[in-house]
Design a protein around this ligand. Sequence first.
Ligand code: DAH
Length: 468
Amino acid sequence: MDHAESWYSTKHCTVHEFSCEEKMMWKRIQCFAKLSGYHIYLWERQSSLSLPISLSRKYSVKTSCDVDTLTVLGNSYNTDKITNVTPKILEKMGKNLHCKHNHPLNLITRRIENYFNNNYRNNWRAPMFSKFDRISPVVTLTQNFDSLLVPSDHPSRALSESYYLNSEYMLRAHTSAHQSDLIKQGLDAFLVLGDVYRRDTVDASHYPVFHQMEGVRLFSKQELFSHLGDTSRVTFFENGSRDATKQERHTVETSLCLEENLKNTLRNLANNLFGDDVEMQWVDAYFPFTHPSWELEIKYQGEWLEVLGCGIVEQEILSSAGADSRVGWAFGLGLERLAMRLYSIPDIRLFWSEDSRFLDQFNVEDPNTKITYKPFSKQSPVINDVSFWVPDDFSENDFYDIVRNIGGDIVENVELFDNFVHPKTKRKSKAYRITYRHMERSLTKSEANEIHSGIVAAGVQQLGIQER
Ligand code: DAH
């Protein structure tokens, strides 16, 4: 492998850096991703006299740091030292799967919207919840974090967790990023649907782009206690203390009433989607933007599956947004998780499939139609291991991004199966098992091997790993 290693670690070339002579020597043989400002090519040396062909292949990756500006959904952003979006991620933007007519995410979205429209009406009998499903996923760090009281040292702000366009803009990591703006606009009941972006592991239930629905409902004192008839005997706000069950500004009654309203709303939603027998449980949780907070888990294939986070909105968020006379609850649910459970979809990559054998199964007019996904192709996997020494600043998510950039949806799973520190040198080594499987057609061993070598090569170039 020495030869290959030294070859792979030769200077990384982008097309702009090729001299005329070099250009003659290299041939572009495959383009993995194409986007304005971004290209990932597989290069082959035209006349490899001294090296065997397999070793003379070279991946050239033009990363986001190599370009000065990025064009995302029609807007330009200057890149800077924290830019870490990848071409593969940008490629997914604007697809709006949740709005595509014959898509499972659209069916489940329509069911949830119908649930809210049928059960929650305002005084004029119009739907109470306004729906927003086209808000751009490019948000400021202020929207994604500060407006939600996420502390400056919170782990979710790490570069290894989210995708940043630059120091000011990022791809929203949750639909909660829009809560404050919509409350400022005067809305007191709304649903926000959209794609969210997180750097994450590679397996059947994690994908760096997924979809969420946010729900927020605010109440005046009259609304919250309307079931009591006479509201003059209950207190809405107090200057008290915070404990496990309430915030300092809320009375026990206010907090308990909000909790009950929130849990009923979501329990009924889960029953509406999965039937009255679905098993569910509430688990206490922590979010910077709600207190108290919970997660709802539902039973799926014998295991508890977390499907949403929720809680009582921090009063400080409401006061900053000009709604301090009200109190409220909020929730954020993961649409893929719900759809996987509802339609028995085994792998999250399938949501991105454009294969008619997948989409046709969801081509129904009535979103309540019962559908159980039938696998249309069962391909066998190709499994390759790689082990390498890592530099001190190695981040697993950087490696997963490389895997996704080069392997795309052909990579089904990446498993860290060995983590080793050399007893003498203290060098760290990691071993990953990568499962390659095409969801729609068969994948040859050599195709998978080629991608595997590309991943290792890019890891050497970009992360400074050294194959063992
Ligand atoms: N934003 C949270 C997440 O992505 C989910 C969430 C939790 C949303 C609590 C909320 C909430 O609105 O109140 O994990």
